[in-house]
Design a protein around this ligand. Structure first.
Ligand code: IPM
Ligand code: MG
Length: 370
């Protein structure tokens, strides 16, 4: 057996621990039925870490994340911590992990499972068969740009400032990730920015075009203003293959793309750093949905986004494409069998809890992969 893969579990807040529990069961299944070994450590992040240690991310947890082969992340945040100082908010724990681990490429696939084509608020023919990948820049742009802050002006009013800033190397490295992914898919990249309004958008467009011309001429590259991309995503999402965009536009476009699939509860993500000499990347996997405090603790959460994030981990961090395929097939089959958590419930289907969905996945894995 190959050496164990070291995973740090950070369940976080709200429904994070509930959906991560189902992922844990699938890892156990893989260990017992497929002879892959995992060493799993667990830590606190977000509000849970704040409650225990007074900070949303301790240095020890950050250290463990830096040294893990991969991090599996649940969700952070909730009304309990709304009044905390900005620097102590649960979200800061996640943003610090992204920044310190230098996870600049955020992969957010939006795939419509056959069985869910009718769960979307869009017409079935618009979304059926959809399979797009959003690559969001994750460690730059307005999320981290300086100067930032809120200041009081001489007249007593206040002024809030954030800075959108990108350098050529930041743009180039995320563009390459987009082109590499497209090369393994339908060979089309659409880059989204606001070059009509922002200088950083002009630089973005020029740098992406140059990397294309010099390194990936065989890929079809188009450019779109981000507002138009938002509109095109609901008008005709299947025109896209890979979308490469900045941190803020990617945040917005990926929520929009998630809804094409029927539910935010279906969307996984991978956040990747640069490859080292061995081809290894720092990596963090998380469902795109948040902590959903309104449904926490009621068994209502959809574990599938988190389970699909595990499949991405197996594929991108551990080169276990077969196991990743297996998990994705199990998800697809369970949905075809008619089981639904509340968020994707449809007439005539069986509404199940988080853990019953987990039971069904394990049964399906036994059937197709043991
Ligand atoms: C996401 C979330 C985060 C973001 C929040 C929780 C900080 O919305 O991962 O999309 O804005 O990046
Ligand atoms: Mg978001």
């Amino acid at each position: 057996m190959a050496s164990n893969k070291n995973i740090l579990f950070l369940p976080g807040d709200g429904i994070g621990p509930e959906v991560m529990a189902e992922v844990r069961r699938i890892l156990d299944w893989l260990e017992s039925k497929r002879a892959v070994g995992f060493d799993i450590n667990e830590g606190l992040v977000g509000g849970a870490s704040y409650d225990a240690h007074g900070t949303p991310l301790t240095d020890d947890t950050l250290d463990a994340a830096m040294n893990a082969d991969a991090v599996m992340f649940g969700a952070v945040g909730g009304p309990k911590w709304d009044d905390l100082d900005f620097s102590l908010k649960p979200e800061r724990g996640l943003l610090k992990l992204r920044k310190e681990m230098d996870l600049f490429a955020n992969l957010r696939p939006a795939i419509v499972f056959e069985a869910l084509a009718e769960a979307s608020t869009l017409k079935k023919e618009i979304v059926a068969g959809l399979d797009i990948m959003i690559v969001r820049e994750l460690t730059g742009g307005i999320y981290f740009g300086e100067p930032r802050g809120i200041e009081r002006l001489a007249d007593g009013t206040r002024r809030g400032v954030n800075t959108q800033v990108y350098t050529t190397p930041e743009i180039e490295r995320v563009a390459r990730v987009g082109f590499e992914l497209a090369a393994k898919r339908n060979k089309r990249v659409c880059s989204a920015e606001k070059a009509n309004v922002m200088e950083s958008g002009i630089l973005w467009r020029e740098d992406v075009q140059r990397i294309h011309d010099e390194e990936y001429p065989e890929i079809e590259l188009t450019h779109m203003y981000a507002d138009n991309a938002a509109m095109q995503l609901v008008r005709d999402p299947k025109q896209f293959d890979v979308i490469v965009t900045d941190n803020l536009f990617g945040d917005i476009l990926s929520d929009e793309a998630a809804m094409l699939t029927g539910s935010l509860g279906m969307l996984p993500s991978a956040s990747l750093g640069a490859a080292d000499e061995m081809g290894q990347r720092r990596a963090l996997y998380e469902p795109v949905h948040g902590s959903a405090p309104d449904i926490t603790g009621q068994g209502l959460a959809n574990p599938l986004a988190c389970v699909l994030s595990l499949a991405m981990m197996l594929r991108y961090s551990f080169d276990l494409a077969g196991e990743a395929d297996l998990i994705e097939s199990a998800v697809s089959n369970v949905l075809s069998g008619g089981l639904r958590t509340a968020d994707i419930m449809q007439p005539g289907k069986a509404k199940v809890s988080t853990s019953v969905m987990g039971d069904a996945l394990i049964r399906e894995l036994d059937k197709i992969g043991a």
